[in-house]
Write a protein that binds this ligand. Structure first.
Ligand SMILES: Cc1ncc(COP(=O)(O)O)c(C=O)c1O
Length: 479
């Protein structure tokens, strides 16, 4: 069994094994004609159930053969131009190379004595990101597992910095379109979901700062404490960006922590043409960025950044076995002092490799391309009476629904759109997402693949129209 341990004696076997795996994946990616096979859980579950984990195959070629049927054949492929579903991007090759390196070396970024240069590379990527945001000289941050954890950590710091320790008095303000991790965080932080005040959005799905001001005033009048305002820079559904300068001014006025959830919109930090859309983000106390959404990085790659690095102390605990207090005096850089995690992947290496190979402009141009594509898609939808499109995209999502040829009930339109989404998924020809707007069923394209064209969008819309009409036809026949 020692032959499977990666070390000096097995370097050649490692090279062979990983090369074979890379070749299989490369062949798979090259031959993938659809983003999905349409397999159902009922079809796939028996295939996976049939694998006896107590009977190993013994060599990686055999395991790769098996992997074809248990995973690779039916995976959902984000690199395919007709994957238009959730906030998943195709990944850039330098980042995948970084992923291969980091898992083989297997540094753990909790302490210097488990990572050495990895710690300094992460710190430099954090500083680079803070610089792009404009957070100032005292800024700092840390990589996390994703936007959910970044938001949680930001709100933890906000809670600790709040002007009261009476948790029942604390309130968080975020728009009705903010991510559900804000509510989850409130619960985890002991505040309860009622602590989150939902602020309505305008017709462009941006937080209404006038209502925010009124709610902050009401909060103060009731003797409650505005702990944090969460502005979203790129809402999950609409990609809308809340009015950051106005929110920053209100955060100042009411002494609230300003957190910007730029999990999605952070790609604009690298955009050569659209960086101005994030103007005001530099006034935040904390920012969430998900490089695995708009920097074309493999999952996971996320960070939480703060204006005042000293606030990260709220996540600091010392243990004699890991990061004893003396390491502070000795100026040993231990990232665990800033993190909610202990053992932690060296995800920063992926972005490092990306920036060293492509540069920030290279990444930003890719993000610009998908924003341009979204504008084209919007023009297509807006010009077609068969579609109702909700809002002109600020970045790269389109939320719309098919309006059938024959006028029918709102419930039928809902059902037809839901059916079209499901039928499309089952066909595997394209993957789109769905959401509700004002209680009605809508469909969503999240455009993150620069290889997707306006022709792809038009073709997928035709498929949706076909499935929706087919459903309504069948429903009417059976009615
Ligand atoms: C605006 C926003 N914030 C946070 C998150 C959560 O990020 P993650 O899935 O990386 O935890 C998402 C995910 O879609 C998001 O869209």
């Amino acid at each position: 069994m020692r032959s499977h341990l990666l070390n000096d004696a097995t370097a050649e076997s490692y090279r062979r094994s990983v090369t074979e795996g890379v070749e299989r994946v490369a062949d798979k990616l090259a031959a993938t004609r659809r983003p999905f096979t349409g397999v159902t859980p009922a079809e796939l579950a028996p295939v996976i159930d049939a694998v006896d984990l107590d009977r190993p195959l013994g060599d990686s070629s055999a395991a790769l053969d098996e992997l074809e049927s248990v995973y690779l054949r039916d995976a959902v492929y984000f690199h395919h131009p007709r994957y238009l579903g959730h906030l998943n991007c195709p990944v850039v090759i330098p980042a995948v190379l970084g992923e291969a390196v980091l898992s083989a070396v297997n540094s753990s970024l909790d302490t210097w004595d488990q990572s050495a240069g990895g710690t300094l590379i992460e710190r430099k990527i954090v500083d680079w990101t803070c610089g792009r945001i404009g957070l100032g000289p005292a800024a700092d941050g840390v990589f996390t597992s994703g936007g959910t954890q970044s938001n949680l950590q930001a709100l933890l710091l906000a809670r600790e910095e709040a002007k009261t320790t009476d948790l029942s008095k604390l309130r968080i303000f975020s728009s009705e379109c903010s991510h559900f991790s804000v509510q989850k965080s409130a619960t985890l932080l002991g505040l309860g979901q009622d602590a989150v005040v939902s602020i309505p959005v305008d017709r462009n799905k941006r937080m209404q700062s006038v209502v925010l001001a009124a709610e902050l005033e009401a909060c103060r009048a009731e003797g409650l404490v505005p702990m944090a305002i969460v502005a979203t820079a790129g809402t999950t559904d609409f990609g809308s960006i809340d009015p950051l300068p106005e929110i920053a001014a209100l955060a100042d006025e009411y002494g609230a922590w300003m957190h910007v959830d730029a999990a999605y919109g952070c790609g604009l930090l690298a955009s050569p043409t659209r960086r101005h859309l994030l103007d005001g983000i530099e006034r935040a106390d904390s920012v969430t960025v998900d490089f695995h959404k708009s920097f074309f990085q493999p999952v996971s790659s996320s960070a939480v950044l703060v204006r005042d690095g000293a606030t990260l102390r709220h996540a600091t605990y010392h243990a004699d076995y890991l990061n004893p207090r003396r390491t502070i005096a000795e100026q040993i850089p231990n990232q665990v002092d800033k993190s909610l995690q202990t053992t932690r992947r060296f995800d920063a290496l992926k972005l490092w490799m990306t920036l060293r190979v492509m540069g920030a402009d290279g990444v930003g141009q890719l993000f610009d391309e998908v924003c341009d594509l979204a504008a084209e898609g919007f023009a297509l939808l807006a010009a077609d009476p068969h579609y109702d499109v909700v809002v002109e995209p600020q970045i790269s999502t389109l939320v719309y629904r098919y309006i059938p040829e024959k006028v029918t009930s709102p419930e039928d339109i809902d059902r037809a759109n839901l059916h079209a989404r499901k039928a499309l998924f089952a066909s595997g020809e394209a993957v789109v997402a769905g959401t509700k707007v004002d209680g009605r069923q809508y469909l969503k394209f999240t455009l993150l693949n620069p290889e997707t064209t306006a022709a792809d969008i038009a073709a997928v819309l035709d498929l949706i129209a076909g499935y929706a009409e087919q459903y309504l036809g069948e429903t009417l026949v059976h009615a």
